[in-house]
Design a protein around this ligand. Structure first.
Ligand code: PMP
Length: 353
């Protein structure tokens, strides 16, 4: 007889990664369009020479460098195997079965999935008509069972943001025994000066955690490294449920090297931002509704046409991410990749008109 999976997990769909035909243009996972610079690859290679030894448990050197750079004490920082793993750790550490989390929808899909895995109910609050977090509705969704609220800023998959005044008001209203997680995976692509840095907000409070990653702006998605900045009791709680030695030597070395070469990263982000604006303008000119994005991707709320648009792109050798009947998310790639995407979008318009 087959070994049965926990009954309450049976309904969770398998994580299906669509096939990536050889040579396809990959605009489906919000990755950096270029390989990491040679300096980072050298650092990873050097670390690989000591692969027979376990890494440090708490990524000590990286924590110390991050603390200097971010202006927070070391005890505030937890490094993880990607920020997604820290997201799961926060739910595990702060929610018991039967508790609730609140998050926007659509937002990062991992929040409700991790909640379910932990036996926790996710209250998902629809975005407002402009595809932004509806913070008032999120406040109204908080119940005595709520333990964690996620604010994804900029939001994946819509690229929209929560601005300073609204976020401050929200944080002031959330009960102080509810943890607010500010997920800033795409922070480096922001140009709107009114979007707050979550870390100073966390420093003023006892119930705010900030998630950051090296996967996007730092082009290290394949290495798996991210971090959480939170008050020491929350950092300790997060670490308690972590997998021992989850952050490899290679990942720690890559993170350190990425911080050392932050200028190079900044220059790459500027290129992505320029391309984002070019792509948004071209898509709007072609008649598409494109919410202003502050991330490294665009959201196309194509509704019923989403799947057909995704298939059309795939037929043109371009992988984008379709989100049911809500829309399509397109990662900003290299200029020539974006041009190819624009051609595909144009031929779709002709095909359906
Ligand atoms: N948060 C958000 C909003 C994301 O979109 C992602 C990746 N898609 C993550 C966290 C996780 O990134 P990683 O685990 O690669 O750090």
């Amino acid at each position: 007889m087959a070994v049965p999976i926990r009954a309450d997990l049976a309904g969770i769909p398998d994580y299906i990664i669509p096939g990536q035909p050889p040579g396809a243009i990959l605009l489906n996972s919000n990755e950096g369009p270029l390989a990491p610079p040679p300096s980072l690859i050298e650092a990873i290679t050097r670390a690989a020479a000591e692969s027979h030894r376990y890494p440090t448990w708490f990524s000590d050197e990286l924590v110390s460098r991050l603390a200097d750079r971010l202006g927070v004490p070391e005890q505030w920082i937890t490094v993880g195997c990607g920020s997604v793993s820290l997201c799961q750790q926060l739910i595990q550490a702060y929610c018991a079965p039967g508790d609730e989390i609140v998050c926007a929808w659509r937002s990062f899909e991992a929040y409700p999935v991790f909640a379910r895995v932990a036996g926790v109910t996710a209250r998902t609050v629809p975005l407002d008509p402009e595809h932004r977090h509806d913070l008032d509705a999120m406040l109204a969704a908080i119940t005595p069972a709520t333990r964690v609220v996620f604010v994804c800023n900029p939001n994946n998959p819509t690229g929209t943001v929560v601005r300073a005044d609204a976020l401050r008001r929200f944080l002031d209203e959330v009960p102080s025994d509810v943890l607010v997680v500010l997920d800033e995976a795409y922070r480096e692509f922001l140009t709107d000066p009114d979007v707050p840095d979550g870390i100073p907000l966390a420093l003023e409070r006892e119930n705010v955690a900030v998630l950051r990653t090296f996967s996007k702006a730092y082009a290290l998605a394949g290495v798996r490294i991210g971090y959480c900045v939170a008050p020491p009791p929350i950092a300790a709680g997060t670490a308690k449920v972590g997998v021992p030695f989850a952050v490899s030597r290679l990942a720690q070395a890559a993170g350190l090297a990425a911080l050392e070469h932050a200028d190079e990263v900044g220059a790459r982000c500027e290129t992505v931002i320029r391309e984002r604006e070019r792509l948004s303008a071209a898509m709007r000119e072609a008649g598409h509704d494109v919410p202003p994005s502050q991330a490294n991707f665009l959201w196309l709320p194509l509704r019923e046409r989403s799947a057909r648009f995704g298939e059309h792109c795939a037929e043109s050798g371009i992988m984008v991410r379709v989100f049911g009947k809500d829309g399509v998310r397109v990662t900003v790639g290299l200029p020539e990749e974006n041009d190819a995407f624009l051609r595909a979008a144009q031929s779709f318009a002709h095909a359906v008109s």
